[in-house]
Design a protein around this ligand. Structure first.
Ligand code: GTP
Ligand code: ZN
Length: 197
């Protein structure tokens, strides 16, 4: 599912390397300067890594690890770290995702939830769509009684440049099924804000 170092597409890497050489030159650096001669290729591979989410099928990831179970209480996986690229500036935004679902006959392998967070994060994104992508993927695939996703993130495009605000955190959320009821939603929000580690 994931690309590894040796699996980078040679042609894409070569073309991206050329593009990064041009970018470096246009920005006033000398791409042949000792110390950065390999940088265009490193950048080419880094960007392919950060954008590998287009080649993956997140629904398949969940489907492969669905297990029939009668457990029907809330399952919460919180503090899932994420790194994505904002589609406006291609600068990182990063933070945490919190996911909950209430099974409806099937549970899903726990690790698969962070895996789908990675798949959707490793694309050009806005935080709102990232939140919805994760929510809809879980809803469609395991058809739970309810699903909730909260993402808290900081955007480098608001920190390093532009408005230059270092401490603002953006929170987005989505709720389906039983999480549309205020008590269920509150139970989830209480669980993700608890200090239990
Ligand atoms: N809603 C939303 N906006 C985002 C996200 N990531 C970046 N942005 C915003 O996208 C907007 C793009 O606005 P523009 O005015 O076209 O771009 P800009 O001139 O670079 O804007 P500034 O960042 O304000 O300097 C900015 O307000 C960013 O803060 C995101 O995930 N969600
Ligand atoms: Zn941005």
């Amino acid at each position: 599912m994931y690309k590894f170092f040796e699996e980078y597409d040679e042609k894409v890497t070569e073309e991206l390397t050329g593009n990064f050489k041009n970018i470096i030159t246009q920005l006033g650096e000398n791409p042949t300067r000792e110390g950065i001669t390999d940088t265009p290729e490193r950048a080419a591979k880094a960007m392919q890594f950060l954008m590998q989410g287009y080649d993956c099928n997140p629904e398949e990831i969940l489907r492969k690890a669905m297990f029939k179970e009668s457990y029907s209480e809330m399952v919460v996986v919180k503090d899932i770290e994420l790194y994505s690229l904002c589609e406006h500036h291609m600068l990182p935004f990063f933070g945490k995702a919190h996911i909950a679902y209430i099974p409806n006959g099937y549970i899903v392998g726990l690790s698969k939830l962070p895996r789908i967070v990675d798949v959707f994060s490793r694309r050009m994104q806005v935080q709102e769509r990232l939140t919805d992508d994760i929510l809809e993927c879980i809803n469609k695939t395991i058809k739970p009684l309810g699903v909730a996703v909260v993402i808290e993130a900081q955007h480098m495009c608001m920190m390093m440049r532009g408005v230059q605000k270092q401490n603002s955190v953006t929170t987005t959320s989505g709720f389906r099924g039983q999480f549309e009821k205020i008590e269920t939603r509150n139970e989830f929000l209480k669980l993700i804000t608890s200090d239990l580690k």
